[in-house]
Design a protein around this ligand. Structure first.
Ligand SMILES: Cc1cc2nc3c(=O)[nH]c(=O)nc-3n(C[C@H](O)[C@H](O)[C@H](O)COP(=O)(O)O)c2cc1C
Ligand code: SF4
Length: 476
């Protein structure tokens, strides 16, 4: 197996003419001939799973939204999740830079399938190159492509939670990125309030919000090919449960960093070699982690194929396939402390245990790293790992539990050496989103997390208030 270029071309395709020259556009034409129901059937048959991290079957999600949409008075919206803030990933930004037309075409096919009249592509304010690429292709799109569907770019804040889909919808509706308690369907964008013309029995949220389909950039970039070439073609690479390709990011303790598209089922070791050039000279790899969303995978399981089922069976998870790689020079307690710090700071504080226990875990890990732990620190840390997820509204708290818990389990000697103070103090590892990644070079991390306070300010002293409370106070 090796690099498989389906949605991530080696050279950027930034105009419609070049995109059509490479075969682009036929997916949308075929979807229009098939109609919504058969389009959803084709995506369903392809087995495409959401590439935002969860791996949820895309066809099933589309069908749910399409069915729900028929019961409402307002047309749904398709939202493209381009918020990419998972530490260790740069794949959505790479796709947006190199193949923006494929993302727009996939979103238009999704709009046709669920009956949406509007597509919103959401990216972070700081994603200049991606915004430019999108605005250029949307601005130059021939009217027949959109066929009446409005396509726009929305921008949001740097916060990690902006990528969480209900928080993303909050931002698009003009509010801060605080996750909602989610119903099984998605709604949001253009809340209109109860409509006098609502038909009896219309299923609308109290605010009158229509259903919304949220899909990741990479997920939608795959859709045009599925319609153009067929579900069987899509399944011609990958595994039966995880068909197609996956765009992987490799950063950390490898010879180089990069992004590449490979067939699902390619062993992680091979991807680390192809994309990252293997370990650095004289070093031995010890572990890898898919962002800060999945348990750590020790190196003796690097032969695991990159599929949702195999990575779960190996005790980890595929997530967004952005792998942070660690070698024998890495202090894994410092990695746990860095991941914990990131998650505790980025927690919004709507659920008290997520914020308070999260900060407590981060503080105890920092003391462990400094080999200055108090006697009770390790036991308290384990207790807080149990409670951090209590009454959680979104998955971030569970990530904290999984990531830190798995490192403590997999590296007990390192943890107890720090707890005894028998190893030198180590600085907390910087675990942060990738700010820039030139292929073959070294990823530039967003170091602002170091100065970011738990209240999300960059003030010299933290207010002690959770972000959600600070925000409420600043509201007029
Ligand atoms: C804390 C958190 C951060 C997330 N960040 C992203 C992100 O940056 N991009 C993304 O596509 N999905 C992200 N997700 C997953 C989304 O909530 C959602 O599952 C995804 O957009 C669905 O699209 P898909 O089905 O195409 O994967 C995040 C989830 C959580 C809990
Ligand atoms: S689990 Fe954490 S991040 Fe998610 S809503 Fe609750 S406090 Fe916010």
């Amino acid at each position: 197996m090796g690099v498989e270029s389906r949605i991530l071309p080696a050279e950027p395709i930034t105009t419609w003419a070049a995109y059509q020259g490479a075969g682009g556009g036929s997916g949308l034409a075929i979807a229009r001939k098939l109609g919504p129901a058969a389009t959803i059937d084709e995506v369903d048959a392809s087995g495409l799973r959401g590439r935002g991290g969860g791996g949820f079957p895309t066809g099933k999600k589309w069908r749910t939204v399409a069915n729900y949409a028929t019961t409402g008075a307002l047309a749904p919206t398709v939202v493209v999740n381009g918020a990419e803030g998972e530490p260790g990933t740069f794949k959505d930004r790479s796709i947006l830079r190199r193949n923006p037309c494929a993302v727009v075409e996939g979103a238009l096919i999704a709009a046709l399938a669920v009956g949406a009249e509007r597509v919103v592509i959401a990216v972070k304010r700081g994603f200049g190159a991606e915004r430019e690429a999108l605005r250029a292709v949307i601005g130059s799109m021939a009217p027949e492509w959109a066929d009446g569907v409005g396509v726009e770019v929305a921008t949001g804040p740097d916060e990690y939670l902006f990528g969480e889909e209900t928080a993303l919808l909050e931002v698009i509706d003009g509010r801060p990125p605080f996750p909602r308690i989610a119903p099984p369907y998605r709604e949001g964008v253009a809340e209109l309030g109860p409509q006098p013309s609502e038909p009896a029995g219309a299923v609308l949220a109290p605010g009158g919000a229509p259903p919304t389909l949220v899909d990741n950039v990479e997920t939608l970039a795959n859709v045009a090919g599925i319609l153009a070439e067929g579900a069987d073609w899509f399944r011609s690479v990958g595994t039966p449960e995880s068909p197609g390709t996956i765009v992987c990011t490799i950063t950390g303790a490898t010879a180089r960093h990069g992004v590449a598209e490979v067939a699902m089922g390619t062993p992680l070791a091979e991807v680390i070699d192809i994309v990252g050039g293997g370990p650095r000279r004289g070093r031995r790899l010890v572990a890898a982690m898919s962002g800060v969303a999945n348990p750590v995978l020790p190196a003796d399981r690097f032969d695991t194929p990159l599929s949702y089922e195999a990575m779960t069976a190996a005790g980890s998870g595929l997530g967004a396939a952005g792998f942070l790689v660690f070698d024998d020079s890495t202090d894994m307690v410092a990695v746990a402390a860095g991941a914990s710090r990131f998650l505790a700071i980025e927690s919004c504080g709507q659920c008290t245990p997520c914020k308070q226990d999260g900060l407590d875990i981060a503080a105890r890990l920092e003391r462990l790293c400094a080999s200055a732990a108090e006697e009770s620190d390790l036991a308290e840390l384990l207790e807080r790992l149990e409670t951090v997820t209590e009454s959680r509204r979104c998955y971030l708290a569970a990530q904290h539990q999984l990531v830190v818990g798995s490192i403590v389990d997999a590296f007990p000697d390192a943890v107890s050496a720090h707890a005894r103070g028998s190893v030198p103090a180590t600085p907390v590892e910087l675990i942060a989103p990738v700010r820039e990644l030139a292929d073959g070079g070294a990823a530039v991390l967003d170091e602002r997390i170091v100065a970011k306070q738990p209240d999300w300010s960059f003030d010299p002293i933290d207010s002690g208030k959770p972000p959600v409370e600070r925000w409420a106070e600043s509201e007029p």
